[in-house]
Design a protein around this ligand. Structure first.
Ligand code: HEC
Length: 236
């Protein structure tokens, strides 16, 4: 189990609070019933007989062990049965959070968006591509919303998710900067991973890149793209 969801955490905290309150209340009530007895000092009160001490206590303990056993007999299989879906839900939740962080980090840095690094400066406000100055002329920054289309969508050097990761990490001179701290950039592995997950999501939602051509999600498409690399439209 990676982490409790917020609702599960709150439910656990409330359950814990209730049990603690019940225990305190139980103790307080017990104290009170004792006080209502005759006013004899504790040490002078007649003690319970051996039989009263042994038999009921033994039965009580055995009773509790049956209750405990019944609890575990139910609890362990139920947990075991639901474990895969719990894990899957958590994985989805973590991925959604990562995509969300990725979406925010492609935007420019601002007080409200402190994750921002500003890929949109070059790749266009919707990441659909842009024109940027280079030397005395201009060059194009490619459309990133269909980057998983690989060569067939005009991304000549993108054959898989790893390639997207690599371009962002190492950059592509002269215009695409390197972003990884391993290559004098400003982003750590997790931040780049978040951005890559966001780009894969952009390419996949609403089938903007059909699954048959999606080199990020479809291994067959990735292999086909490698065999038929196409040429980079930005190559001279
Ligand atoms: C200074 C402008 C600039 C910025 C900022 C920038 N890029 Fe780029 N990017 C480019 C250019 C230009 C290319 C094309 C390089 C080439 O193919 O020669 C490119 C290429 C890419 C590619 C490869 C696409 C393909 O078709 O091969 C990816 C992926 C990419 N950028 C992602 C990003 C991400 C993510 C960010 C933000 C972290 C970012 N870029 C920020 C200019 C920029």
């Amino acid at each position: 189990m990676l982490a409790l969801s917020t609702t599960a955490g709150i439910a656990l905290a409330i359950a814990g609070g209730l049990i603690a309150a019940a225990a305190v209340a139980g103790l307080a009530l017990r104290q009170r019933t004792r006080e209502t007895g005759p006013d004899i000092p504790e040490a002078l009160r007649p003690g319970p007989s051996d039989a009263a001490l042994e038999t009921p206590l033994l039965q009580k303990l055995q009773g509790w062990s049956v209750v405990m056993l019944a609890f575990f007999v139910v609890w362990i299989p139920v947990t075991w049965i639901f474990e895969p879906s719990t894990n899957l839900n958590q994985e989805h939740e973590l991925k959604e959070l990562a995509v969300d962080r990725g979406a925010r980090s492609v935007l420019p840095f601002s007080e409200e968006n402190q994750l921002g690094v500003g890929c949109v400066r070059c790749h266009g406000p919707e990441l659909t591509g842009g024109i940027i100055p280079l030397g005395n002329g201009f060059t194009t920054a490619p459309n990133l919303t269909n980057v998983c289309g690989g060569p067939s969508a005009g991304h000549a050097a993108i054959y898989s998710t790893d390639d997207i990761y690599q371009v962002i990490s190492e950059g592509r001179p002269p215009s695409m900067p390197s972003w990884s701290i391993r290559f004098e950039g400003a982003l750590d592995d997790q931040q780049i991973n978040d951005i890559v997950l966001y780009l894969v999501e952009l390419s996949s939602e609403d089938e903007s890149v059909p699954f048959e051509q999606n080199v990020c999600l479809n291994e067959d498409a990735s292999e086909a793209a490698l065999e038929n690399p196409g040429s980079n439209p930005r190559d001279p």
